[in-house]
Ligand binder design. Structure first.
Ligand code: KG4
Ligand code: ZN
Length: 386
C-alpha cells in the first residue's frame, strides 16, 4: 500500500506522517466522514470522491440550534458549545446509518478546525480526532471557509479554477480558487459580513433570528425605491466590501418605520443595496480574473447565496462579463458537513492530512499569505473573523 510521501497541514506544524495515520491507496474512490460544529449547526455527512473529482453525498445530517438561540436574537457561544456536545454523537451516528456504512468503509475523518466559535469547533474537532484514533483513520482538519469554497462541487460537476464570492454570516470574500489549499483572496470585508448586515438590520426591523431569510420574506411585499441608502466604497479600485454604514443607516430608518408596509419597503431597499454592493465589487473581480483565465466560471457560496435577489443580481453580473454562474443547491449554501467532508476528501486525495494535536482556531484566514501581506484588519480582537 502506498503512503503519501509527505503529510502537511495548514495551521499545524507537522510534515511527517503521524504514527496513528494508516496508509491509504491514492487513485481509488475516497469515502470521508465530515463533521461541522463551527457555529449553530451540528452536522455530519459522508461523501465519496472519485479519482476524477466527482463527489457523491451519501448522507448529510444537519441539526440546527435555531430554537436554542431564538430567544436571545443571535447565537450564544456557550449555549452553542453545550448543544454541540449533546448532539454530536447522535448526528454522526445518523450520518453513518443514512450512508449505510460501517466505520471500516471510511478512508478518513474531516472536521472543521476553524474559523468559528471556538467552543463549538473544539467539540467537533475532538469528536473527529476520537473517531480517527479509534478507527485508525487519517484526520483532516478543514477550514470552514474552504468547505464553503468547494460546496458548489456537491451539486454539479465543477472544475477548478473558478472565481468565488463567499458570502455568509461571518465572511464576505472574493477568492480565486484553484483547488483545496490553493486559493488567493482578491477582496474581503473591511467591517461586517453581508450576512451579519442582513441579521442586524432584520433585528432592528423586529424580525426573528436568523434575520436573512426573514428579511427576504418581508422584502417580497415591499418596494424600496423611496429609500436612499448609502453606497459604500463606490469608485474604489480594490475588491473589498463594507456594510457597516448601510447597517447603521438602515437601523436608524427602521426606528422610524410606522407601518408593516414601511418595514417591507425598507427590507426591500436593504436587500437591493446588499445585492448591489456584492455585484459592484464582484464586477471588479470578474474583470481582473478574466484577464488571467479563459475558463470563466463565477461561483457564489455561503448562507447569503440562498437569497434569491442576491443570486439573480450576481447571475446578471456574471453574464454581463461572459462568465457562467453557479450557486450550490440551497441545502449546501448554509452550514453543512457535506462541504467539510468533500474538502477533506480533496485534501486526502492530495495527501494532505493533519496531526492529531491540531488545534481549534477561532480565526483562520483561507489565504494566509494575502491576509499577512495585506492586513485589512489589524491583528487583535476587533478584526473580522477571518
Ligand atoms: O453560511 P452560513 O450558514 O453560516 C456562516 O458560515 O456564517 O450563513 C449564515 C448567514 C446568516 O447571516 C443568514 O442570515 C444568512 O446566511 N442567510 C441569508 C439567507 N439565508 C441565510 N441571508 C439572506 N437571505 C437568505 N435567504
Ligand atoms: Zn458557514
Amino acid at each position: 500500500m502506498n503512503r503519501p510521501a509527505e503529510y502537511s497541514s495548514e495551521g499545524s506544524r507537522a510534515t511527517e506522517a503521524p504514527a496513528f495515520a494508516p496508509a491509504f491507496v491514492p487513485g481509488g474512490d475516497l469515502t470521508v466522514l465530515g463533521i461541522e460544529t463551527s457555529c449553530d449547526e451540528t452536522a455530519a455527512s459522508v461523501v465519496r470522491l472519485s479519482p476524477d473529482g466527482e463527489a457523491t453525498v451519501l448522507s448529510s445530517v444537519v441539526h440546527s440550534q435555531i430554537d436554542d438561540h431564538a430567544a436571545y436574537g443571535g447565537v450564544v457561544p456557550e449555549i452553542a458549545a453545550r448543544s454541540h456536545v449533546e448532539m454530536i454523537d447522535g448526528v454522526v451516528r445518523r450520518a453513518m446509518a443514512d450512508a449505510g456504512l460501517d466505520y471500516d468503509a471510511l478512508d478518513g475523518v474531516a472536521a472543521t478546525a476553524g474559523p468559528g466559535l471556538v467552543g463549538g469547533v473544539m467539540v467537533g474537532l475532538s469528536f473527529g480526532k476520537a473517531v480517527a484514533l479509534a478507527r485508525d483513520l487519517p484526520l483532516i482538519a478543514v477550514n470552514h471557509l474552504e468547505g464553503h469554497a468547494v460546496s458548489a462541487r456537491l451539486g454539479a460537476r465543477v472544475d477548478y479554477p473558478f472565481l468565488l464570492l463567499l458570502v455568509s454570516g461571518g465572511h464576505c470574500q472574493l477568492l480565486e480558487v484553484r483547488g483545496v489549499g490553493d486559493m488567493t483572496r482578491l477582496g474581503t470585508t473591511i467591517d461586517d459580513a453581508a450576512g451579519e448586515a442582513f441579521d442586524k438590520i432584520a433585528k432592528a426591523l423586529g424580525l426573528g433570528y436568523p434575520g436573512g431569510p426573514a428579511l427576504e420574506k418581508l422584502a417580497a411585499a415591499g418596494d424600496g425605491a423611496r429609500f436612499d441608502l448609502p453606497r459604500a466604497l463606490l469608485g474604489r479600485k480594490d475588491c473589498d466590501f463594507s456594510f457597516s454604514g448601510l447597517k447603521t443607516a438602515a437601523s436608524r430608518l427602521a426606528q422610524a418605520c410606522a407601518t408593516d408596509q414601511d418595514r417591507a419597503d425598507l427590507g426591500d431597499a436593504v436587500q437591493t443595496a446588499i445585492a448591489r454592493q456584492l455585484s459592484e465589487r464582484s464586477d471588479r473581480a470578474l474583470k481582473a480574473y478574466a484577464e488571467r483565465h479563459d475558463h470563466r466560471l463565477f461561483v457564489v457560496a455561503g448562507g447569503v447565496a440562498a437569497n434569491r435577489t442576491v443570486r439573480a443580481t450576481l447571475e446578471a453580473t456574471a453574464a454581463a462579463n461572459g462568465f457562467a454562474f453557479l450557486a450550490p443547491p440551497m441545502a449546501y449554501c448554509t452550514d453543512n458537513a457535506a462541504m467539510i467532508a468533500l474538502a477533506g476528501a480533496e485534501r486526502l486525495q492530495k495527501g494532505l492530512t493533519s496531526d492529531i494535536d491540531t488545534a481549534a482556531r477561532p480565526r483562520w484566514p483561507l489565504d494566509e499569505q494575502s491576509a499577512l501581506a495585506d492586513p485589512v484588519h489589524p491583528p487583535g480582537r476587533k478584526g473580522a473573523k477571518a
